[in-house]
Design a binder for this molecule. Structure first.
Ligand code: UTP
Length: 414
């Protein structure tokens, strides 16, 4: 795309300010900017902006989703699922993805979140803690699970360096693959695309839902297929009790025969601000706490269990085939109002003190609505969920609480 084609494209959507500093930019940046403009989906950006302004309320029928409670399984069921799960794990047809492209804003750690030291005597970082779970499969099932790590434009280099410096935590280097998630342009409150300090389009990571398309664009799906992978376990980077390769979970999923499964923990209390699994218009989905009425949040079934109590802990398993299908359909993008430094129309760099711009994120669970159904396994929070989300001063879901739960679980006395 040359300059005049780019200008024409932008004019149509009132975004020609993007080219204002073109003449002053070095040749290489000019080319980069034209490439960015060529790739911009201005129609989509304009639609997303309009949607922020008039949040349309589509009629959605929300119902509770069925789940299995791990603690209520009979001995027989447990044995059967364990056998099936171990068989599946030992087949060598499972790969794992750790989504580590987030910014970790709440934690405030300098560097990729996975490099955060939990504060144990061993100085294990979040990445090493996940690696331990992969090593356990090596020991118990005799297979090495291919481990794919999704990074972002911002943290890829540092992440790769960190693994190298730490000798891949003793995991075979050839089994570890890094790939970058995509980005999406940021816009201001008037729908104008922002420029960064170099005069290029300002972009931000496109959310954990970017995982599917990033797998496709980076040939991860193809790579997995070549390795004979049939199932992919996907998890976040910040739960220090994560149990992704749980034979009971995998066995239950295989037995139920759905294309995907997730783990859940029950809400701490009905008003807890978490998204919960449900069915929307008959399909599996997540309903955000903001969408849940007080009545629904408190609604209980005949056993006294919350009907909308299954919160998402980002432990998912999918058939590779399904991931491929999902990667071809665009997921919805959710706006998030954030602080963003940018270059204004006078060429000055503006440092944001308050939120001033929208970034757009896709959510991994929005893809569930493309499935007919899925399995949900409710697990015990104390045993499987200790997230590192906030800094210690917040007192919840922070390094201190995660460390305590970790020590208790692994019976570490220090
Ligand atoms: P969170 O939504 O908790 O975001 O991500 P975060 O980046 O860790 O923290 P905050 O919200 O900025 O404080 C849940 C998981 O999804 C990954 C994160 O790395 C984490 O493992 N994630 C999130 C991505 O990989 N990419 C994204 O764009 C967003």
């Amino acid at each position: 795309m040359d300059y005049s084609q780019a200008l024409n494209k932008l004019k149509h959507y009132n975004q020609e300010h993007i080219l204002k500093f073109y003449d002053k930019m070095p040749k290489q940046k000019q080319e980069e900017l034209l490439k960015q403009i060529e790739n911009l989906d201005l129609e989509q950006i304009s639609t997303l902006f309009k949607n922020i302004k008039n949040q349309e309320n589509k009629k959605t029928k929300v119902e509770p989703i069925e789940y299995v409670d791990k603690e209520k399984l009979t001995e027989e069921e447990k044995k059967e699922y364990e056998r099936l799960g171990n068989e599946t794990l030992s087949s060598g047809k499972i790969a794992a993805i750790t989504m580590a492209g987030g910014q970790g804003t709440r934690l405030g750690h300098k560097g990729p979140k996975g490099t955060f030291d939990l504060g144990l005597k061993s100085h294990k970082t979040l990445f090493e803690i996940i690696c331990d779970t992969l090593k356990k499969v090596q020991e118990q099932n005799g297979v090495t699970i291919p481990w794919y790590i999704m990074t972002s434009e911002e943290n890829n280099e540092e992440t790769v360096e960190f693994f190298k410096k730490n000798n891949y935590f003793g995991y075979p280097e050839k089994e570890i693959t890094f790939f970058k998630q995509g980005q999406y342009p940021m816009i201001d409150i008037n729908g104008k695309i922002l420029l960064d300090e170099n005069g290029l389009v300002k972009q931000a990571a496109d959310g954990h839902g970017g995982v599917y398309i990033a797998m496709q664009k980076n040939n991860i799906i193809e790579d997995m297929r070549k390795k004979g992978i049939k199932w992919v376990v996907i998890g976040g980077v910040d739960n220090v009790l994560v149990n992704m390769f749980d034979p009971i979970f995998i066995g239950m999923y295989i037995k139920q025969g759905y294309k995907s499964a997730s783990k859940s923990v029950v809400k701490k209390y009905p008003e807890e601000k978490v998204g919960v699994f449900c069915k929307k218009n008959g399909r599996p989905s997540i309903i955000e706490y903001t969408e849940l009425s007080e009545e629904m949040a408190n609604d209980r079934d005949e056993n006294g269990e919350l009907k909308y109590g299954e919160s998402n802990i980002i432990v998912h398993i999918f058939e590779l085939e399904v991931i491929e299908k999902i990667s071809k359909n665009l997921l919805p993008y959710h706006p998030a109002f954030k602080k963003a430094n940018y270059m204004n129309e006078n060429g000055e760099i503006v440092i944001a003190k308050e939120p001033n711009a929208y970034k757009f994120e896709a959510f991994i669970f929005d893809a569930f609505e493309q499935l007919d159904n899925m399995s949900i396994l409710r697990v015990n929070r104390e045993e499987e969920f200790a997230p590192v989300k906030n800094s210690d001063d917040k007192g919840v879901d922070c390094p201190k609480t995660a460390r305590e739960l970790y020590k208790k679980h692994f019976q570490i006395k220090e």
